[in-house]
Design a protein. Structure first.
Length: 359
């Protein structure tokens, strides 16, 4: 998801500050790693590559909220924003491990890099895959601890630092809880309800991707509590809308755009609004044996996709995402939310929904 909020930031300066903060973090970490051993340095370099090239969506939200709510210490805000990029990297890397994916953004991810390296040195496929998965777990752990390290380095009052730490901690706690639900749903024969799926989307995506970055930027800017509350409520439903949209992309998106196979979620059997709706339709019996099969082929996936379209599941998921997006925007109606911030968040969210519909 690209957050189209550059016009509300100070040109590219805000994001340049975030990039500088991330670069300093990695430079210091790599110097520390060299003193341990060269192999450890290689893992940090793989993590740095994995963190590069993203849309910086969460840092954009931090900086957007901070600037639009009157913040002036942009170096501190950039460090805070960078911590959310590291959190995002950690969760993506671990998510790829859970999903058994070895590609991210069209290139080998951390696990894929280490798996391929092991294969080149003659390791059998099973051992090479284990090497890749192990590296992914470790790199994700480093990114997660790095998010806390960046936050800890901020020179702000202790009470403020404690609150920012609580926001980050709540985001991690919620996201892992949502991930556990996601995994358990994929293991059960009974299809979860739409309510269960949206609850999981809130826990897994809304809190760390929308609520926490907006909260953190607002709190750092010393915004009034009604503003923090409004942004939190917006983030809840915006995150649900985005996750529903992302599930459509995960089932129908082109690999060149998503960086992952277009049927990865179908092969995994990920429980989504698409599948929940389809499971109640007569066509379900035709595709149920294929969904969740590790041996799913491109032909199988294309057949499942066609059924999800013909039974109305794709349209249902898109409409549900749009409904949550509209609900999110209603929480920005407060006069305490600056007009520029409201317009930017609304434009960002509906751009993501339109992007989903075009795929």
């Amino acid at each position: 998801m690209t957050l189209d909020v550059d016009h509300a930031l100070n040109g590219n300066t805000d994001l340049e500050l975030v990039e500088d903060a991330l670069q300093r973090f990695f430079d210091e970490a790599k110097l520390r790693a060299v003193s341990v051993n060269a192999t450890y340095l290689g893992l940090w370099e793989a993590l740095e590559r994995a963190t590069a090239g993203g849309k910086r969506s969460r840092p954009r939200l931090v900086m957007l909220a901070y600037r639009q709510l009157g913040g002036t210490d942009f170096c501190s805000a950039a460090g805070l924003a960078a911590s959310y990029e590291l959190l995002h990297s950690a969760l993506l890397i671990h998510d790829d491990v859970v999903d058994r994916d070895f590609v991210r953004r069209g290139i080998p991810n951390v696990s894929g890099h280490y798996r391929n390296r092991a294969l080149r040195t003659g390791a059998p496929p099973v051992a090479a895959e284990h090497a890749g998965v192990s590296a992914g777990v470790l790199a994700g752990d480093l990114a997660l601890s790095g998010a806390y390290r960046l936050l800890r380095s901020m020179e702000v009052p202790v009470a403020l630092l404690r609150r920012l730490n609580d926001i980050l901690d709540d985001a991690i706690f919620s996201s892992v809880g949502g991930e556990v639900l996601d995994i358990e749903f994929s293991r059960t024969a009974v299809m979860p309800s739409i309510e269960d799926i949206t609850k999981t989307a809130h826990q897994k995506t809304s809190v760390y991707s929308f609520e926490a970055p907006l909260q953190a930027g607002a709190v750092l800017a010393a915004a009034p509590e009604p503003v923090v509350t409004a942004l939190t409520s917006f983030g809840r439903y915006a995150g649900i809308a985005y996750q529903l949209a992302d599930d459509v992309r995960g089932a129908f998106g082109k690999e060149s755009l998503t960086g992952k196979t277009s049927w990865g979620d179908l092969r995994e059997g990920k429980r989504t609004a698409l599948l929940s709706y389809a499971a109640a339709r007569p066509e379900w019996g035709r595709i149920a044996p294929l969904i969740g099969s590790p041996d799913m082929t491109a032909a199988d996936a294309h057949y499942v996709q066609s059924v999800l379209v013909s039974c109305g599941a794709k349209d249902y998921a898109i409409n549900l995402a749009s409904e949550n997006a509209h609900l999110a925007v209603t929480h920005l109606a407060s006069d305490s939310v600056p007009d520029a911030l409201r317009r930017s968040l609304k434009h960002m969210l509906f751009s993501a929904i339109c992007d989903m519909e075009a795929r």
